[in-house]
Design a protein around this ligand. Structure first.
Ligand code: IPE
Ligand code: IPE
Ligand code: MG
Length: 248
């Protein structure tokens, strides 16, 4: 099936979030070093960004490095940081009018990497065709803990009343406060888990799991995921009939 022709251009997910998993296994299957899998994964990211821009996606969030990934062997962490440094080029953002953001604890990143990321964020701030968000040194439990601390500080200082804390206020405290929640959350690489990614924001995301390893996740794979997304009914607790009537 040629998915791209089947996609409804009027129902493109506004925000797609992806857990890019399977680089290491992709490399191992080929008798290569894990780092080569990460290199191949980076190439997938580049073509994916352009494809999402073309489709009209507004926000693309990529789980690039988790808080837990700091516990990997030092050589692999170093290789990932070096790759990140090398891959952040403004050219692709400028060419496609894409804004760049990072969510996560950037203070833990090597200075050189953080400076390059910050420069790229600043220089692409006015780009508005799509926003590419890298989740780096990110975990949902870290983010929620930070939000709770911040709200507690504000309550203690008398800036807010405890009774005023609602879902909207909590969302505003999260690192993702500049964008809507993901409509579609994709995980590649066979595992069926969230691994501490966007736990609050994915409350009503459509989940899509595929066995395809990240370096093999090509445009056709993305179109397939979007096609499947378009064939789900997002009910938000209502009955199917209620939703169908609302659409009329
Ligand atoms: C995902 O691929 C990339 C990162 C977590 C940085 P993995 O490196 O986890 O690949 P597998 O799961 O070992 O195959
Ligand atoms: C999740 O992948 C994190 C990223 C893709 C950056 P992992 O490979 O770290 O996840 P687990 O540990 O297998 O759940
Ligand atoms: Mg993995």
């Amino acid at each position: 099936m040629n998915y791209i022709e089947q996609i409804d251009r009027n129902n493109i997910p506004q925000h797609i979030a992806i857990i890019m998993d399977g680089n290491g296994r992709w490399a191992q299957l080929r008798g290569k070093e894990r780092a080569e899998g990460h290199q191949a994964g980076a190439a997938t990211v580049r073509s994916l960004v352009e494809n999402c821009v073309r489709m009209g996606v507004r926000y693309l969030t990529l789980y690039t490095f988790s808080t837990e990934n700091w516990n990997r062997p030092a050589a692999e962490v170093a290789a990932l940081m070096a790759l990140l440094f090398e891959q952040i080029e403004e050219e692709i953002f400028v060419k496609n009018n894409v804004g760049f953001r990072v969510i996560g604890d950037m203070s833990l990143l090597p200075d050189k990497v953080r400076e390059r990321l910050e420069a790229c964020i600043a220089r692409t701030a006015g780009n508005d065709r799509m926003t590419l968000v890298l989740a780096l040194s990110y975990s949902a439990k870290w983010e929620i803990t930070e939000a709770v601390r911040s709200l507690a500080r504000k309550a203690k200082a008398g800036e807010i009343a405890v009774e005023d804390i609602d879902e909207k206020m909590i969302s505003q405290e999260l690192t993702t406060n500049f964008m809507p929640d993901p409509d579609l959350l994709i995980r590649t690489g066979k595992e069926v888990r969230l691994s501490n990614f966007l736990l609050w924001q994915a409350a009503y995301s459509e989940l899509y799991f595929t066995e395809v390893l990240w370096p093999d996740f090509d445009n056709e794979q993305l179109h397939k995921a979007v096609y499947e997304y378009q064939h789900r009914q997002r009910r938000y607790g209502l009955t199917g009939e209620q939703v169908t009537n609302e659409e009329k």
